[in-house]
Design a protein. Structure first.
Length: 638
């Protein structure tokens, strides 16, 4: 038998490779030919070829996040969580050997096949799926209308108008046509995210009905609020119908006839007779309230939007504000997106300017990042500021929020409008912005507010650089900084970084003890900065990977050179491991944030695979001296 397997976990690090290793070992033991593809943080490794998929007798997906299954249609497919790949690899393979696995038809959702949901909020994930497909329609519509008005418009008392017999009237019509798809696409792909392909058509039908008030005797449609409701309603209705057990003769037509027709009928009737008119009234009231905002109330709205856009730079809070502004474009209210468009580019441009104004405040690598950040800001990519915020959040995030709020208020007061769901100077160059002068004033003022504030809060790096140089001179003689091609764990460790009798009694005490030793050895320039990096990683999910192993790891500018610190806690310590075991073998990985490649991921991969060997773990637990532990660590190699 030939099997293929895919392993993937939400963080794409240790569990991904542990499951891969255990599945491969189990296959070898059972005499089954297996190839394992890993989808980790490094990317896809060991990717399957079309020939391998064609010749495979079955597929195993052990993953805690969505894996595209389209290429496996017609194959026997088993989908489980990554923990089952780690703990029950033989059981999974035997299900294929015993003929217990169903053929994948290309229509069944991953959740039905037993895969665990990702830790990301599912409501947010479904919503963002719809938004990501909707945005291109807003961009097309906004740009085409903006270009048509700029080139073919003539001044009138009501503003720019395009003559009916003009070629540019056709272009304006194309843009308007693109806008009509916005809400159906939003609803359709929210539903698709929930129920897979059977949910797409009902979602789009529901979105179309939500956008057209004539269905429920309303002069106005339910807008983007109605589209969101229709998408979720259609998705969960389709999912519920999918779960109904039907005769085998009916199963083939379920995804293409029964589910779409029933779900479309139900969501349409619910909107026509129950939800449509009330939601439309809410949306009309919201639009009227926004349109009436003047003076202090409009300034308050701009402050809120500016703060949300810059708070997490592309994260959930940013996306909520962005979705709000994008939806208002579809309703003809461009003065909501105007302040958002200014706020979007201020964080990266502001941080770029900060590095130009005060070079002594930033490391050489940060100054280089400043150039890239500034360029990204010109194209409206807020994420350009993320590297600075990650390194120094307490100074950077308040600074960019104040700058974005300032720019948003200026844009709101200046009645800046934006006809495209995007931001930055690029949209003004393309002719999508009303009151261009005030738009650029808002960006310039907001960016300089960010730059001046962050430089006021930051200290010069020269002193810390001198400390770092002195520490490097005291560092024990070990290998230089590795690239992502680390081949043996002893290249980045030393007997000075081994403790076979850890003293702490809690996870945090162990972490503090190990970081203290790294700091005293000269491997860290700041205990607090690296501690924060380690704690931040633990808050994402425990690095207690089970089987008495913990691998805390962090990437920080406080790390002088890449290092692995190994410690043994014979009586164990609670590390919130997924299998409930206490951590006894603890590996702390410290990597500079500026390190080239994915060194820490390669180290994690090497550790995860070797530590799957029960005999090797027992040998490590039995050592009593640093020297003996160091000799055993030599065996950990790629």
């Amino acid at each position: 038998m030939k099997l293929l397997a895919i392993t993937s976990c939400p963080n794409g690090i240790a569990h991904t490779y542990m499951a891969a290793e255990n599945l491969q070992k189990a296959a070898d033991k059972l005499g089954v030919s297996m190839k394992v593809e890993t989808q980790g943080s490094i990317g896809v490794e060991n990717e399957f070829t079309a020939k391998e998929i064609r010749e495979a007798d079955g597929i195993i997906i052990a993953a805690d996040k969505t894996v595209n299954k389209d290429r496996f249609s017609g194959k026997k497919l088993l989908v489980v969580g990554v923990q089952e790949g780690i703990r029950k690899p033989e059981e999974l393979i035997k299900k294929h050997l015993n003929g217990e696995v169903q053929e994948y038809k290309g229509t069944t959702s991953q959740s039905e096949e037993g895969a665990k949901e990702t830790k990301q909020n599912p409501i947010y994930r479904h919503l963002m799926n719809g938004v990501s497909y909707m945005i291109p329609f807003i961009v097309i519509g906004g740009l085409l209308i903006a270009i048509a008005l700029t080139v073919g418009g003539v001044p009138t008392e009501q503003g720019l108008k395009i003559p009916d017999d003009s070629f540019w009237k056709k272009i304006e019509g194309l843009g308007a046509a693109s806008f009509t798809f916005m809400i159906p696409i939003l609803a359709g792909f929210i539903s698709y995210s929930i129920a897979d392909r059977p949910g797409l058509a009902p979602g789009m039908v529901g979105g179309y009905i939500a956008a057209n008030g004539s269905f429920y005797d309303s002069e106005a449609g339910a807008g983007f609020i109605g589209g969101i409701i229709a998408g979720f309603l259609a998705g969960y209705l389709a999912l519920a119908i999918k779960k109904i057990k039907v005769p085998k003769a009916v199963q083939p037509i379920m995804p293409i006839i029964i589910i779409p027709v029933l779900a479309s009928l139900l969501v349409g009737l619910v909107f026509i007779y129950i939800l449509g008119a009330p939601v439309a009234q809410v949306f009309v009231s919201l639009t009227a309230w926004l349109a009436s905002m003047q003076g202090t109330s409009s300034i308050l709205l701009a402050l809120i939007l500016g703060a949300m856009i810059s708070f997490d730079m592309g994260g959930p809070v940013n996306k909520v504000a962005f979705l709000f502004g994008s939806a208002m474009i579809g309703e003809g209210n461009y003065e909501i997106m105007g302040p958002i468009a200014a706020a979007i580019c201020i964080p990266p441009i502001g941080m770029g300017i900060a590095t130009f104004l005060s070079r002594k405040k930033f490391q050489p690598a940060e100054r280089e990042a400043g150039k890239a950040s500034f360029t990204m800001g010109l194209f409206g990519i807020t994420e350009g500021a993320i590297p600075f915020a990650a390194q120094d959040p307490l100074r950077v995030i308040p600074s960019i929020m104040v700058g974005s709020m300032t720019g948003a208020v200026i844009a709101m007061i200046g009645q800046v409008g934006d006809r495209v769901a995007h931001g930055g100077p690029i949209v003004a160059v393309l002719g999508a912005v009303d009151n261009v002068l005030m738009f650029f004033i808002a960006i310039i003022v907001g960016s300089f507010v960010t730059a001046l504030l962050v430089n006021l809060l930051k200290k010069n790096v020269e002193a810390s650089s001198e400390i770092k140089k002195g520490q490097e001179q005291l560092t024990p003689s070990v290998s230089s900084e590795p690239s992502s091609e680390v081949t043996n764990i002893t290249e980045i460790t030393h007997t000075d970084f081994i403790d076979v009798q850890l003293k702490g009694n809690t996870r945090d005490e162990i972490i503090e003890d190990m970081i203290e030793k790294l700091y005293k050895s000269g491997r860290l320039s700041s205990k607090s900065d690296f501690t924060q990096a380690i704690i931040d990683r633990e808050e994402q999910s425990s690095t207690g990977i089970g089987m008495n192993i913990a691998i805390p790891h962090g990437k920080s500018d406080a790390v002088v050179k890449p290092t692995v610190f190994f410690g043994i806690k014979q009586d164990g310590v609670d590390w919130k491991s997924l299998d409930g075991s206490e951590a006894k073998l603890i590996f702390m990985i410290a990597v500079p944030k500026s390190a080239q490649g994915d060194a820490h991921l390669k180290i994690l991969q090497m550790l995860s695979r070797k530590l799957m060997d029960d005999d090797y773990r027992n040998q490590l637990l039995a050592v009593r001296t640093k020297e003996a532990a160091y000799e055993l660590l030599r065996e950990i190699q790629s």
